[in-house]
Design a protein around this ligand. Structure first.
Ligand code: SIN
Length: 541
């Protein structure tokens, strides 16, 4: 079956929905989402959105904090754009109906690690959910937008999939849509569009312990990479310092906003340790805090540290963090107001991704990217807390403006594309292999490609992931496609990209630490790590 729209949006988090609402005034829009529309990484964001909204703050200060956290790898012009345009995007959300927490007439601005002032706009401790609700309400009342739930994009359509041989050999890279699996109908459809927006989120499921939901399988990064997009900086995986120990999969996030509110990190014996690592102590940027916790755990052979807020007034804790308070109490039997919370770091955010310019354009014509899937350059080697929703809001809006012009300029018709060909494939009875491979990838990434890496660990991970990928590709070629297989293939490729990028960075910087190269080396490695299809196979460790 073939569908045709003016704009095709892959993913239904903050970036995809913001983009869809903006372009819908200029054409028909399809949003493809793997599960129900609200299931996105955005929905799980607790802390908030950083933005300059008070007299005590300035764009220069927000920019300085972001650059400092990014450890020399942020693109200044991208940071400047995000910081300047951010406040307007927040006000637009409020106009759409977002109910952010107020202090009188003003926003109640919270503090988080690495921020020199309070600048986090939040909706108690459920900010992502409130933003997602607001945007979905607006999408539901926009007639030009059709949401396809339980649909997953399998691959992007470029010249390679054109029926016409002449177009197939045309060198210019351009995207015209995607093959999309309708999971209910077990059928792969053609979705054609002049513009495609990638807003598929991150790849946290590559790791055994992650705050990301099961849908975060790096689909956009993998599809774009296979289509020839430039992917960069995949070695910079942010581990959130505080996820609830033993909370299962995904790990339950204990927001950084708790530390902004006064919570302190302690060893199990009650002693505070962060002041030994950084002058900002528990409010240091995430790379420092996650590393310090990891170091303490390894040094002491313990499984968790404690996040203590028992010295703070209980009514204030319950009012400010109702979701965390209630979840800890009812699901995990912990009263966070009267007992310290056992926490461990968990994979949280991918700072690398599909490279874009300031307008969200990738190197493939007609293909845009925004949100966690993208690498705009704002996060550098370590994302500043609460800059992710901000980045998604700002760059998806710019991508929308640019794609409206791009779409209007496209006078050529979309070439005829080959329909999905599954001849020769069979239904497999070996589905157990899929869950086994997924677990194996998650375990090996956790063991060898975690907070602290080394050449030997990366070599071992590289050998294993290549073998796993080879097996998955064989399985993929002979099996009728299902969503688990699509995601596993993407997950394995993302793992390989993370390992390959890690192997190239012979230094330690921000979120990336290699014990063989403990120092930062600006002279040789003060730039982004690019990766392309020809070089991933050959890991140079
Ligand atoms: C948190 O609430 O700690 C997560 C927010 C973020 O990742 O910026």
């Amino acid at each position: 079956m073939t569908h045709q729209f003016d704009f095709l949006v892959l993913g239904s988090g903050v970036a995809g929905l913001t983009y869809a609402l903006r372009v819908a005034r200029h054409g028909s829009v399809a949003i493809i989402t793997k599960k129900e529309r609200a299931e996105s990484n955005t929905n799980y964001a607790q802390g908030g959105v950083a933005a300059v909204l008070s007299q005590a703050d300035s764009a220069d200060l927000h920019m300085r904090d972001t650059l400092l956290a990014g450890r020399g790898l942020c693109r200044e012009e991208a940071v400047r754009k995000m910081v300047k345009e951010g406040p307007a995007r927040i006000r637009e959300l409020v106009e759409l109906g977002a109910d952010f927490t107020r202090d009188g007439d003003e926003f109640d601005l919270a503090r988080e690690g690495g921020h020199s002032v309070s600048r986090i706009v939040h909706a108690k401790d459920m900010t992502g959910r409130e933003i997602e609700r607001t945007l979905l309400d607006a999408v539901s009342s926009t007639s030009n937008i059709t949401v396809f739930e339980n649909h997953i994009a399998v691959d992007l359509l470029t010249a390679h999939q054109a029926e016409d041989e002449e177009i197939r050999f045309r060198s210019r890279l351009q995207c015209w849509g995607a093959y999309v699996l309708n999971t209910g109908a077990a059928r792969v459809d053609l979705f054609l569009a002049k513009v495609v927006m990638l807003s598929t989120g991150g790849s946290g499921q590559v790791y055994l312990h992650t705050t990301n939901p099961v849908i975060a399988t790096g689909d956009g990064i993998a599809m774009a990479y296979r289509a020839g997009a430039r992917v960069a900086n995949m070695e910079f995986i942010q581990f959130h310092p505080t996820t609830l120990f033993g909370s299962g999969s995904p790990s339950f996030l204990i927001s950084e906003a708790l530390r902004g509110f006064g919570a302190l990190l302690r060893r199990q014996d009650g002693s505070e340790f962060m002041s030994g690592y950084d002058a900002q102590a528990s409010l240091a940027p995430r790379d420092v805090v996650a590393y310090a916790i990891d170091h303490e755990l390894k040094k002491r052979g313990e499984e968790f540290v404690l996040l203590d807020m028992t010295h703070l007034p209980a009514p204030d804790i319950r009012r400010r963090f109702p979701h965390i308070y209630e979840t800890c109490r009812s699901r995990f039997r912990i009263d966070i107001a009267s007992e310290p919370i056992p926490v461990v770091p968990g994979a949280h955010y991918c700072c690398g991704g599909v490279e874009t310019d300031l307008m969200g354009r990738t190197n493939i014509r007609g293909l845009y990217a925004a949100g966690e899937v993208s690498m705009t350059g704002v996060h550098g080697a370590n994302r500043l807390a609460s800059n992710s929703l901000l980045e998604a809001l700002v760059f998806s809006a710019s991508a929308a403006s640019d794609s409206i012009c791009f779409q209007e300029d496209q006078s050529d018709r979309i070439p005829r594309m080959k329909p999905w060909d599954d001849s020769g494939t069979l239904d497999s009875e070996e589905w157990v292999l899929l869950s086994h491979d997924r677990k194996e990838i998650q375990q090996l990434m956790w063991d060898y490609v975690g907070i602290v890496r080394s050449d030997a660990r990366l070599r071992r991970a590289s050998r294993r992931i290549h073998l796993i990928r080879e097996e998955i590709e064989q399985f993929y070629k002979r099996t009728r496609v299902v969503d688990e297989l699509v995601q596993l293939r993407n997950l394995a490729l993302c793992a390989d990209l993370i390992i390959a990028c890690s192997g190239r960075r012979k230094e330690s910087r921000g979120l990336f630490r290699n014990t063989d190269y403990p120092e930062r080396n600006d002279l040789r490695f003060g730039s982004d790590t690019y990766i392309d299809e020809e070089t991933t196979g050959a890991l140079l460790v």
